[in-house]
Design a binder for this molecule. Structure first.
Ligand code: ZN
Length: 250
C-alpha cells in the first residue's frame, strides 16, 4: 500500500508540475541561480559579507523578474585564487570571486568612502549586472569584438540599474564610478591588453548614464562634457530594450 500511495502521490506531483509548467513563459529555463561555495580561509569575511548583505540575491531576483532566459545561468560565489570574476560561456556560469571583494575594499578605502560596506554592496551589484550582460549577449547570440562586448555589458548594467528611476540604482553606478576612479588613480597606465575600457572611461560612462537618465536629479553632475548624456542614455536604453525584447517578461 505504501508503494501504491507513493505512486499515486508521484502521479499527482507530476500533474502539478505539468500544470505549473504551463504557466511559465515559454523558454523561461531556470533563469539565474545562485550557489555559494565554501571559501578559502582568507576569504571567510567576504563570504560572510555576501551572505549577510545578499546583494547577489537582490540582483538575481531583479534579473529573473524581468527576463526569461532560454537556459539556466548559474552564479557561483567562490574563492578564485586571483582568477577574477567573470562569465564562462562554455559553462553558462558566472563566477563571483570572494577574493575580488578584498581588492574592491582596498579601492574603496583609497577613495575615502564614509560608507565602505554600502559601497562594496553596490559594487557587487554593478559587477553582477555587468556579468549578466555577458550572459545575455551569449543567450541572444550577439557576437561583438572584445571591447564592444565589455562596453555593451556596462551599458546593460546601466539600463537595469536606471530603468525605473530608482535612486538606489543611481547610487550603485556612482559607487562603481568612484571605484573606477580609485583604480585609475592607483594605476594611471592601464594594461593595453585589458579588453575593458580604461577605468576612467568606465567611470565617465556610468556618470554620463546617471546624469542622462535624470538630469534634474543630479545637477552636481552637469557640465559641458555631459551635454550629450541624455541622448546617449536614450540610445543605450532603447538599444538594450530592443535587443532584450525576445526575453522580456513584460
Ligand atoms: Zn566583462
Amino acid at each position: 500500500m505504501i508503494t501504491r500511495h507513493r505512486a499515486m502521490l508521484g502521479a499527482v506531483l507530476l500533474l502539478l508540475a505539468a500544470a505549473c509548467g504551463q504557466q511559465d513563459p515559454p523558454g523561461s529555463g531556470k533563469g539565474f541561480t545562485l550557489r555559494y561555495e565554501e571559501p578559502a580561509a582568507a576569504d571567510r569575511d567576504h563570504h560572510r559579507f555576501l551572505k549577510d548583505r545578499a546583494p547577489a540575491e537582490a540582483v538575481l531576483a531583479d534579473l529573473n523578474g524581468h527576463l526569461a532566459l532560454p537556459r539556466g545561468v548559474e552564479v557561483v560565489a567562490r574563492s578564485c585564487d586571483g582568477g577574477g570574476t567573470g562569465y564562462d560561456p562554455e559553462e553558462h556560469r558566472i563566477e563571483l570571486c570572494y577574493d575580488d571583494l578584498a581588492e574592491e575594499r582596498d579601492l574603496i578605502g583609497r577613495s575615502g568612502s564614509a560608507h565602505p560596506d554600502e559601497d562594496l554592496s553596490h559594487i557587487v551589484r554593478e559587477t553582477l549586472y555587468h556579468e549578466a550582460g555577458h550572459a545575455l549577449l551569449d543567450a541572444l547570440h550577439r557576437t561583438l569584438d572584445d571591447r564592444a562586448e565589455e562596453d555593451a555589458a556596462d551599458r546593460f548594467a546601466q539600463v537595469m540599474l536606471l530603468r525605473a528611476g530608482d535612486p538606489e540604482g543611481e547610487q550603485t553606478l556612482l559607487a562603481a564610478a568612484r571605484s573606477y576612479d580609485a583604480e585609475a588613480a592607483a594605476d594611471p597606465a592601464p594594461d593595453p591588453a585589458d579588453e575593458h575600457a580604461p577605468p576612467a572611461t568606465r567611470a565617465a560612462s556610468h556618470r554620463c548614464a546617471v546624469y542622462g537618465a535624470g538630469p534634474a536629479r543630479h545637477p552636481e553632475l552637469a557640465g559641458p562634457a555631459r551635454a550629450d548624456c541624455s541622448a546617449v542614455w536614450t540610445r543605450t536604453r532603447d538599444s538594450w530594450t530592443r535587443d532584450l525584447a525576445p526575453l522580456l517578461r513584460h
